[in-house]
Design a protein around this ligand. Structure first.
Ligand code: SAH
Length: 203
């Protein structure tokens, strides 16, 4: 998976490639999907949600330029896979999931697998996680038609956010939001992606 789908497409950060090698993706997908876990595509994880394609997980992780002392926020825990990959590189990952059973399952899975530097919360990630802000890295794994202002606020100076921006159920733009050391915002458009929508109502 890493050689053919990820390194071959130009992901070069060794920390990211190693993290993708270390995290057993098959343990994050429903049992009957395990045979396809390392395929070059997203997979359903229940409740109409998906675990992203491996390449997209690697790309978004690399775009954050994560470092070992970083504190990261993820919006959209889903299976917990992206959080697990990021947690191999940074010091701490806080991750928020809006669908209660998905959040609870991911929390249990990550605990059982021994990921000690990830904390899961059920809630609306649109508002980030004020208590632990500011964050060096923010990764949003659901698409929104705008960049949530609370997330921009909770980004540290010098920090980076990766987020798919665009209309739900259409192709969105994967964007990187950078906050300079002085607090100025810069936005880069990386490539077209397709994500499930960022919801605003808890289930
Ligand atoms: N990162 C996940 C994939 C996530 S799919 C993984 O590695 O498996 C997107 C997830 O975002 C879904 O689980 C969805 O329920 C969640 N989500 C959607 N809107 C949200 C919101 N406002 N706050 C938190 N999570 C949200």
């Amino acid at each position: 998976m890493v050689n053919k789908q990820i390194a071959a497409r130009g992901i070069y950060d060794q920390k990211v490639l190693q993290a993708m090698r270390d995290v057993p993706r098959h343990l994050f997908v429903p049992e009957r999907r395990r045979r396809s876990a390392y395929g070059d595509f997203p997979l359903p994880i229940g409740y109409g949600q998906t675990i992203s394609q491996p390449y997209i997980v690697a790309l978004m992780t690399e775009l954050l330029k994560p470092e070992k002392d970083d504190i990261a926020l993820e919006v959209g825990t889903g299976s917990g896979y992206q959080a697990a990959v990021l947690s191999k590189i940074v010091k701490k990952v806080y991750t928020v999931e809006i669908i209660t059973p998905l959040g609870k399952d991911a929390e249990k899975r990550l605990n059982e697998m021994g990921y000690k530097n990830i904390t899961v919360k059920v809630g609306d990630g649109y508002f980030g996680w004020k208590q632990y802000a500011p964050f060096d890295c923010i990764i949003v794994t659901a698409a929104s038609d705008h960049i949530p202002p609370p997330l921009i606020k909770q980004l540290k100076n010098g920090g980076k956010m990766a987020i798919p921006v665009g209309m739900p159920f259409q192709v969105q733009k994967l964007m990187v939001v950078e906050k300079s050391e002085k607090g100025e915002i810069g936005i880069k458009n990386i490539l077209p992606v397709r994500f499930v929508p960022l919801r605003r109502v808890q289930r």
